[in-house]
Design a protein around this ligand. Structure first.
Ligand SMILES: Cc1ncc(COP(=O)(O)O)c(C=O)c1O
Length: 464
């Protein structure tokens, strides 16, 4: 139908579908969803306004929306093994909004917020600001921000950011504890976009408790791993947990907040009226279907394979001379440290894209370059694992990455425009793109909609 009514948009959708089929996304925050999730997202729930919470709406006609949200709560309770006195909010429109709603509920302007330093892997919404052109001392383990208040959190709150250890590139919990003692935050946040290791939630909660701070665990990246028990769960440990539903979780686009019931009533008010108007009910329907799929037995195998693939890919890359931040990964993502390679993060990402391998350039611990052209490349395995790939495909991906570095490394002295032109016209890069596409054709961009398994009892026991 769209084809006839609006061929322009139809053609863009088809073109994007072809791109997604032909290329391999190694962006660790990306995934794709089952037809059942997409059907729910495309449903009539998009038409309805439903400001408020279950049974307490400011609009009439919400009986089915109420049932839908109740169903999300029920499924989330099982997926995340929620304690009886914990509750769920599924209305925040994104992970960033979920975090903002928590801040609105728990903090006052001027309070101190403490999160992970963004160049070491923290997220913008954990209080990022910086000082343009200022050199940051790589051995200083705390960062207090700068005059460029790029994220609203840095305008509203005093922000303190802890870094990873310069020696190990891992979190040093004693250092974090010392910084918390010194700056007395109201909120201590963990989680990030590019930290390849697991987080000790018990230790973080202890640090927060000692200074009277709330502990927020942002598991935007790890939510699927946590459901499956392949990454430790902060549920029942942290005061609040936020997550996105569209990364490892593979449950449609959106977010969830998990917290004890009394705190949740404040957080609900943070979402509405604090931050948003009507929830996006069609996305909530998608999340509900995705949560159902997460309760099916094969989900656990899927999440386990994400980590197996990531660890295997990490080993293959290191065998080919690539250095990884912290020496590897515990989960779905890794950061390739390019400081001893010919290409910068941006140059490598651009050449890989022409070879059909989609990645993103990223800062890394002890970064000396600008975020616009940093020293690292961030990659991960959720998407390729959803496509059904296993270890043997990781060998091919690592080898293609080595080849692209060797080929494009020869153009490093060229101007940016010439570099991009060479990457786009190179026969060798074109050959890799065809090989990538051929591998992709063995693993089509399609997953079965897993059947919701109402009888399954979920646990968070580790598979390792
Ligand atoms: C740790 C973390 N928190 C929050 C977010 C924000 O999520 P969204 O893009 O849905 O706003 C992200 C997204 O990458 C993230 O990695």
């Amino acid at each position: 139908m769209l084809k006839e009514t609006d061929p322009e948009v139809y053609n863009l959708i088809r073109a994007e579908e072809t791109r997604q089929q032909r290329q391999l996304s190694l962006i660790p925050s990306e995934n794709f969803f089952s037809p059942a999730v997409r059907e729910a997202v495309g449903s009539v729930f998009a038409h309805k306004y439903s400001e408020g919470n279950v049974g307490q709406r400011y609009y009439e006609g919400n009986q089915y929306i109420d049932e839908l949200e109740e169903l999300v709560f029920k499924r989330a309770r099982r997926a995340f093994n929620l304690p009886d006195d914990w509750a769920v909010n599924v209305q925040a429109l994104s992970g960033s909004n979920a975090n903002l709603a928590v801040y609105l509920a728990l903090m006052e302007p001027g309070d101190v917020m403490m999160g992970m330093y963004l160049p070491d892997g923290g997220h913008l919404s954990h209080g990022w600001s910086y000082e343009p052109k200022a050199q940051v001392d790589p051995n200083e383990l705390v960062y207090l921000g700068g005059s460029r208040k790029v994220h609203i959190t840095s305008r509203l709150f005093k922000t303190v950011q802890y870094k990873t250890s310069p020696k190990t590139q891992l979190l040093d919990y004693d250092e974090v504890a010392g910084i918390a003692e010194k700056y007395q935050p109201k909120l201590l946040i963990t989680g990030g976009t590019a930290y390849p290791r697991l987080i000790d939630h018990e230790r973080m909660k202890e640090i927060a408790d000692r200074v009277g701070a709330y502990y927020l665990a942002d598991i935007a990246h790890e939510a699927g791993l946590v459901i499956a028990g392949v990454a430790p769960s902060p549920v029942g440990i942290a005061d609040v947990v936020t997550l996105t539903t569209h990364k490892t979780m593979r449950a449609g686009r959106g977010s969830m907040i998990l917290a004890a019931r009394d705190m949740m009533s404040k957080i609900n008010r943070g979402v509405l009226p604090g931050l948003q108007g009507g929830p996006h009910n069609h996305n909530i329907a998608g999340i509900c279907v995705g949560l159902g799929e997460a309760l099916a037995p094969e989900y656990r195998e899927y999440q386990r394979q994400i980590v197996i693939n990531a660890k295997f890919l990490a080993g293959q890359l290191m065998d080919r001379g690539f250095k990884l931040v912290s020496g590897g990964t515990d989960k779905h993502l890794m950061l390739i440290d390019l400081t001893d390679q010919l290409l910068s993060g941006k140059q490598f990402a651009k050449a890989l894209d022409k070879a059909g391998i989609v990645t993103n350039f990223n800062t890394m611990p002890q970064e000396t370059r600008s975020p616009a052209d940093p020293s690292a490349l961030r990659i991960g395995t959720p998407w390729v694992t959803t496509r059904g790939m296993k270890e043997e495909s990781m060998i091919r991906i690592a080898e293609w990455m080595r080849e692209v570095m060797a080929i494009a490394g020869g153009w490093v002295d060229k101007s940016e425009a010439d570099y991009l032109r060479l990457a786009a016209s190179s026969g060798e890069i074109g050959r890799i793109a065809r090989e990538v596409e051929a591998l992709g054709s063995e693993y089509p961009l399609a997953i079965k909609s897993a059947r919701y398994a109402p009888s399954r009892i979920q646990g968070n026991s580790s598979l390792y």
